[in-house]
Design a protein around this ligand. Structure first.
Ligand code: SF4
Length: 413
């Protein structure tokens, strides 16, 4: 990837503010064989505050960094700093830690860079413009990506592969263009994307290429904006099946899923099973899953909350555009799924985020969703997005029943 040009979202800022959330979140940090041998050679001892027997956990296929009982990384010191970084420098850390929260995806001669919004600085758009950080991203890509990454083919647009990267990226450009529209709520923009991609599928236009492809896609995008000038009527309630599946997806994204939780696996399983039963019934109250997600009435979450504030709309637009621009929704970044299916799944995140934001608001005794609720909900969802096992039949079924569009409209109200 030596000659690859780097593309970073111009709409996004990020600098690490050293909050150490990523070291406390309790997610498993995978170690490459070279990470493991480097850490083993660093000769950590009890005198450094490290129990050498606990610092690496060997797995069947991959090792991971050890965690303390409170879920924090064993290398996190009492001042919130990484001991490896402090003693040996940034380059001595495991690659996953050096990369986070950046995500880098090869796209032929380009490297597309995005961010995980589980990092509070990324979600809040704080720090240096990402567009100025190309050199750092390129350095990481050289370490992180295999030599032959430029030869990785693009995923199919619908089902059949075959497009070259420049033609595949035309579809990505028009999706981003759709989300960039002003004066439209993000839910409507997502539905427009589904609408014109549906036209691509029905018209077997997934193999179009060259400049004429841009003309066709532009016409489809304009047509979808005219045809879907507003959200579906609220009276078109999602089916009971759609709402059930949505609640189960909410539960997957809301549940604590840290290494510490898994350590008490059997009690955690029972707790999650009981929570799933309540989410399936959806009468009465939700289980309390986290300090901020308390036991509240399902009915209070399902009632109308009104339109989101402009700041929340801007945050959600930025979130979805960064995912699209960096390809973090399809292909190798998302279970090797085609662009269409990956986008359908991405759209599903909207009602999941809004459900969680409502739950956070009701837990705090409020009847409106604040920007802070949306920010936290985005962070919770992105903590698991593309990590939780993906059940493609679920997304396809919801799409076939038109429930994805209805769920977006229902939770946008
Ligand atoms: S969560 Fe983000 S801001 Fe906080 S330490 Fe990690 S990378 Fe830095």
């Amino acid at each position: 990837m030596k000659s690859a040009s780097v593309e970073l979202p111009a709409i996004q800022n990020w600098s690490c503010h050293g909050c150490s959330d990523c070291c406390r979140g309790g997610m498993a940090i995978p170690l490459l064989p070279e990470d493991r041998s480097r850490i083993e050679k660093q000769n950590w001892t009890d005198a450094d505050g490290i129990d050498p027997a606990q610092m690496i956990v060997a797995g069947l296929t991959q090792s991971r960094l050890g965690h303390r009982a409170d879920g924090a990384c064993v290398f996190l010191d009492s001042k919130g700093r990484c001991r490896i970084h402090a003693k040996f420098g940034e380059a001595a850390k495991p690659l996953a830690c050096r990369l986070y929260p950046l995500v880098i995806h090869p796209a032929g001669k380009k490297l597309l860079v995005g961010l995980r919004f589980s990092c509070p600085s990324a979600a809040a758009n704080q720090g240096r413009p990402l567009a100025e950080q190309g050199t750092d991203a390129q350095k990481l890509a050289r370490i992180f990506l295999p030599e032959d990454a430029a030869t990785f083919p693009p995923p199919p647009v619908v089902a059949v592969p075959g497009l070259a990267w420049p033609d595949f990226l035309r579809f990505v450009h028009w999706l981003d263009f759709t989300l960039a529209a002003e004066n439209a709520p993000v839910a409507l923009k997502l539905l427009r994307g589904l609408h014109w991609l549906g036209g691509v599928e029905r018209g077997s236009l997934d193999q179009i290429s060259g400049e004429s492809a841009d003309e066709i896609l532009e016409a489809l995008v304009k047509n979808s904006a005219e045809k879907t000038s507003s959200l579906p009527k609220v009276s078109e309630k999602p089916s009971g099946f759609g709402r059930l599946f949505l609640r189960l997806l909410v539960l997957e994204h809301a549940r604590p899923a840290t290494v510490a939780d898994q350590a008490v696996r059997s009690s955690h399983r029972w707790k999650m099973l009981a929570a799933a039963l309540r989410f399936m019934r959806s009468s009465g109250t939700t289980p309390a899953l986290r300090e901020e997600l308390r036991s509240v009435k399902f009915a209070d979450i399902e009632k109308s909350f009104g339109a989101l504030s402009p700041a929340s709309e801007a945050l959600l637009t930025r979130y979805f555009r960064v995912k699209i621009q960096s390809l973090q929704f399809c292909g190798r970044a998302f279970f090797n799924r085609p662009l269409l299916e990956g986008f359908q799944n991405l759209v599903l995140l909207y009602p999941i985020i809004l459900w969680l934001a409502r739950w956070l608001a009701v837990s705090a005794g409020r009847a409106t969703v604040s920007e802070a609720d949306v920010l936290r909900a985005v962070s919770l969802v992105d903590h698991q997005y593309s990590y939780v096992p993906y059940l493609s039949w679920r997304t396809r079924l919801l799409h076939q029943r038109d429930d994805i569009a209805k769920l977006c409209a229902w939770y946008a109200r």
